[in-house]
Structure formats: structure tokens, C-alpha cells
Design a protein around this ligand. Structure first.
Ligand code: GLY
Length: 308
């Protein structure tokens, strides 16, 4: 029996990481964390599972891992709270779910999926989203679950040096996953704590369908990481899918063109894209992006820096 093809890509955020500032031990730690998420998603696809289940499985691992700015290990708001955003999209029918500003839901990606599948809505926020999570029986945790000393230190550094939100190293630590399953269906999921020191209920691109996340079987699945304001203004995830669908561009051409546009606008970051033909691509204009990809041909690789 020939194995039906599938593909998966993940990211753990784009930023200023470089071999000069990351020790070998740190690089090994991050790569092991990425590999665990990649393996969780790949296991779903390898047994014939759905792209939607694969992206959720990969994101749950990344949300639970304090290395990444999503779920546990999320960055702090200016007021010292972890406010979490997430989204998920099913390329079969373009159904989607998203949440913003949740503070007690252990896995925001599961809540986004519940919004998509068990509510008549696409986007829920803050207390309402939390109430919906409780009604759905999702796991609720004390806010302390998300807090880590390193993220607190980053907030204190930002305040002490009066830095802007965009000045903190490794700032765009969003996580994401895109997949195409053996039935040819695409899905994308993205989860984040947003930006260190964010204020006034600021929402980035990650939970905004079409900006930080999009999936359409006719084109591709995209998850973004970066300076969310620019990704919202450029409509990054939808724009990449639209270029592939309407202009016939391949995934790399479309992703590079849109990231170049974001760069021209003044934004940093990157995307992962999975196309129905089995291609997975990365595009980013930062020195690095935590990333990985796997497919039914036996590929399974993770990387951090540009050029790897
Ligand atoms: N890309 C994550 C954010 O801007 O919130």
C-alpha cells in the first residue's frame, strides 16, 4: 500500500536570535522542544489523522512548553498579567475560531477550536471567552501557571530601560502550525502571549483570521509570527493564500512577496506555509525563526537561524 502524503510545519516565533547570543546548550534545548511539537503533530498525520487535529496537537505541546511565548511562558502585559490569544482554521470549509485576552485557559488553541466547532461565532474575547471555556469543560488553571521568571525579567527590563514593545529580544515568540493531511485538507493554528508590556487591551495578528492565521484548501495554510500591527495591516495570511489562488504563485514566491511587503512597511517577522501539493515553506525577515517541518517522505527537521 502506498502511503498517502501529508506535510506539517511549525514555528516557535521569529526574532533576533543568532549563534553569537545562543549557547549550544540553549540551541539544543529549543530544538528538542520544537522536535517534540513536530513529532506530536506528525504522529497524528502519519496515522491518517486530520490536519486540524495535527495542528492542535503541535500547538498544545508548544503552549505547555515555557520556552515559547504562548500558554505557559507567555509574555507579560504592562500590568503584569499573561493575556493569551489563539486561533485555528479549517481549510475544508474555512470555518474558524479565535480568542483574545484569556487569562486562565490552559490551552487557548483548544478554546479557539471550541469556538469554531461549538459556538455560532468566530471570535470571543476576555471574560466572555473564559466563561465559554468553563461551559465547554476546558481545563482552567490559576494565572500562576503561565508566569515564568524569565518573562517577568523581560517586563522589568522593558520598564527599567523605557524600551518600546518592539525592543525586547526574542520579542515575537508566537507559536504556529500548518498542515495538509492525507485527504488533502489544510489547517492552521496560532497561539501567543502577544508583546511584552502590551497595554490597553492590545490585540496582535495571531487571533485575527486572515492576518496571523488562515487556511483554505484551494490555496494553502499560513501561520504568522512578528510585529502584529504590521501583519494585521498587510492581511498577511489571507494575502499569501489569495496570491497562490488568484495569481497561481507557488508558496515560497507568495510568502516572500508578502513578507517583503511587511518589511517595507517597517514590520519584522515571518510565516510558515503548507500547500496542498505537499510543499512547506518558511519566509522571515528576522535573523532567525524557531521552526520545523515534517512530511510523509520521512523529512523531520528543526532549525533556528536563517540559512540553516
Ligand atoms: N504576532 C504576535 C503579536 O503581535 O501579538
Amino acid at each position: 500500500m502506498t502511503q498517502k502524503s501529508w506535510s506539517l510545519a511549525i514555528h516557535g516565533g521569529a526574532g533576533t536570535m543568532s549563534p553569537d547570543v545562543m549557547t549550544d546548550a540553549q540551541q539544543r534545548e529549543y530544538k528538542a522542544a520544537l522536535q517534540a511539537a513536530l513529532d506530536a503533530g506528525a504522529a497524528v498525520l502519519a496515522r491518517g489523522g486530520a490536519a486540524l487535529d495535527a495542528v492542535e496537537a503541535a500547538i498544545v505541546v508548544l503552549e505547555d512548553d515555557p520556552h515559547f511565548n504562548a500558554g505557559r511562558g507567555a509574555v507579560f502585559t504592562y500590568e503584569g498579567v499573561n493575556e493569551l490569544d489563539a486561533s485555528i482554521m479549517d481549510g475544508r470549509d474555512r470555518s474558524a475560531g479565535a480568542v483574545t485576552g484569556v487569562t486562565h485557559v490552559k490551552n487557548p488553541v483548544k478554546l479557539a477550536r471550541a469556538v469554531m466547532e461549538d459556538s455560532p461565532h468566530v471570535f470571543l474575547s476576555r471574560e466572555g471567552a473564559e466563561q465559554f471555556a468553563r461551559e465547554q469543560g476546558l481545563e482552567i488553571v490559576d494565572a500562576a501557571w503561565f508566569a515564568t521568571p524569565e518573562r517577568r525579567r523581560q517586563l522589568e527590563e522593558l520598564k527599567a530601560k523605557k524600551l518600546s514593545w518592539f525592543d525586547v529580544d526574542l520579542k515575537y515568540g508566537t507559536v504556529g502550525a500548518v498542515a495538509v493531511d492525507s485527504e488533502g485538507h489544510a489547517a492552521a493554528a496560532t497561539s501567543t502571549g502577544g508583546l511584552t508590556g502590551k497595554r490597553w487591551g492590545r490585540i496582535g495578528d495571531s487571533p485575527v483570521i486572515g492576518a496571523g492565521n488562515y487556511a483554505d484548501d484551494r490555496a494553502c495554510a499560513v501561520s504568522a509570527t512578528g510585529a502584529g500591527e504590521f501583519f494585521i495591516r498587510a492581511g498577511v495570511a489571507h494575502e499569501i493564500c489569495a496570491r497562490m489562488r488568484l495569481l497561481g504563485e507557488d508558496a515560497q514566491t507568495a510568502a516572500d512577496a508578502v513578507i517583503a511587503e511587511v518589511g517595507k512597511m517597517g514590520g519584522d517577522g515571518g510565516v510558515i506555509v503548507a500547500a496542498p501539493n505537499g510543499t512547506t515553506v518558511f519566509s522571515f525577515n528576522t535573523p532567525g525563526m524557531y521552526r520545523g517541518r515534517a512530511d510523509s517522505n520521512g523529512r523531520s527537521e528543526v532549525a533556528i537561524f536563517a540559512g540553516e
